[in-house]
Design a protein around this ligand. Structure first.
Ligand code: S3P
Length: 208
């Protein structure tokens, strides 16, 4: 069974009933032909619940690029779920695996552009952000008010080792926000649906 698809399906259901950040059924993601020379690898960053995977999939359809979730690559490389890596190796072990997976992924970009969703802590590591910049990828911070991020995370079943309690969630968001702001672009996602956000990301590439 393809684990990648399992996770993707879970994440896509994430905002299904909430009204905001939900995909409009049947809405065309690839509306018009794109200027191919402006298409670049897009790396979506942001906190848990930002919609990185959901928006990433919609954007990949819009840009005609493959989509990849870095956590899925980590899962496959390590042969363990993210939760199990945290349990057995701690956050430090997970971060090591994350950087190794990111390096591998960025090394493949020369031959294949793509849309990439990072896990919530990946861009916070300065070395990882530098690798992304060196790869000349377009980094995009998907932001939302922390209470909305919390609500989205509470509505879904994905196991998140670092989503412990609401207070800790808020503190971690505040601590990380400055790092996310180092992305080339920040897009506010609060109250918007998935296709709107994907269109705004495409616009930030000059592909409006
Ligand atoms: C993490 C977020 C998770 C995953 C891991 C660590 C974080 O990804 O990478 O549990 O440090 O915020 P999502 O942002 O997709 O939940």
């Amino acid at each position: 069974m393809n684990k990648l698809n399992n996770r993707t399906r879970r994440v896509e259901n994430r905002f299904g009933k909430s009204g905001s950040m939900s995909a409009k059924p049947g809405s065309p993601s690839a509306a018009k032909p794109l200027a191919r020379d402006r298409v670049r690898t897009v790396v979506l960053v942001g906190f848990m619940g930002a919609g990185k995977t959901t928006v990433g999939r919609a954007l990949s359809r819009r840009l005609g690029l493959p989509f990849e979730d870095l956590d899925d690559r980590i899962h496959h490389r390590e042969g363990k779920t993210i939760e199990r890596i945290f349990r057995e190796s701690g956050e430090a072990g997970f971060r090591k695996a994350e950087t190794a997976a990111l390096r591998e992924l960025l090394g493949e970009l020369g031959s294949s552009l793509r849309v990439v969703a990072l896990g919530g802590g990946a861009f916070v590591e300065p070395g990882n952000a530098a690798l992304i910049e060196e790869a000349e990828a377009h980094s995009v911070f998907l932001d939302a008010p922390v209470e909305e991020l919390l609500r989205r995370c509470m509505e879904e079943t994905t196991a998140r080792p670092l989503r412990r309690n609401p207070e800790q969630f808020r503190v971690l968001y505040e601590k990380r926000r400055r790092s996310y702001m180092r992305a080339a672009v920040r897009i506010e996602t609060g109250g918007k649906d998935v296709d709107t956000v994907a269109a705004e990301v495409a616009c930030s590439l000059g592909l409006g």
